[in-house]
Design a binder for this molecule. Structure first.
Ligand SMILES: [Zn+2]
Ligand SMILES: [Zn+2]
Length: 213
């Protein structure tokens, strides 16, 4: 499995384009907010002859979904996410508080993903892991074959997601991380929603947020 990372929009969201030898691909959290950014994704997909099959959202904070409209208009794919995110204030309500105006209709869910669901493309299988706390329906996507997990804003390198936004809960987040992410094999690579990659073992040993209480 190949992982191409795009760091996008003013909040520096990691948008992950993952694909394998079959050239089938999925996008995780398309944060593209300008033509320059959507152009980079389109160009990469074109240059590598990829066949984009699905658009997965770890959660629905606006910085992670700014490019959903672009993906729908360009590739005909609707976003897939956990149903518990459905109550989140829409993109058009979240974005203006960060100075970004939305002049288009946000895209609704194509499909809901539940805890333990398997997401297949090409020869690759991702397993959805429900990791609530940063938001009620936050999902992580785990690839056992490739020893990788995409954690959205639940777990970062040496940090964790904030819990003061809509539907956030600190205790729930810590429980999610401890029971559902730190239990993955030590050598599992972590691809977070913001910032650099890490390893499960690294976070077990050095993530101070996980040592409290
Ligand atoms: Zn978030
Ligand atoms: Zn974020």
């Amino acid at each position: 499995m190949q992982v191409k990372t795009f760091e996008l929009n003013p909040l520096c969201v990691n948008t992950y384009l993952i694909y394998d030898e079959t050239k089938e691909a999925v996008l995780i959290d398309c944060g593209a907010s300008s033509q320059t950014e959507t152009g980079k994704i389109k160009e990469y997909i074109g240059a590598h002859h990829l066949n984009l099959k699905r658009l997965l959202n770890t959660h629905l904070h606006f910085d992670h979904i700014l490019g959903n409209r672009f993906v729908y208009d360009t590739y005909g794919l609707k976003p897939e996410y956990h149903t518990a995110e459905s109550g989140m204030p829409g993109l058009e309500l979240q974005a203006p508080s960060f100075g970004i105006s939305i002049d288009y209709q946000p895209v609704t869910a194509g499909h809901f993903i539940g805890d333990g669901d398997r997401i297949s493309f090409g020869n690759t299988v991702l397993t959805a892991i429900w990791t609530p706390g940063h938001s009620p329906g936050s999902l992580s996507f785990y690839c056992r074959e490739d020893n990788s997990v995409f954690t959205g804003d639940a777990l970062f390198r040496h940090s964790i997601g904030r819990t003061d936004l809509w539907g956030g809960d600190a205790r729930t987040l810590i429980t999610s991380i401890r029971t559902k992410l730190l239990t993955l094999p030590d050598h599992t690579k972590i691809f977070p929603g913001h910032g650099p990659a890490s390893l499960i073992n690294e976070e077990k040993n050095y993530n101070m947020y996980l040592f409290r209480g």
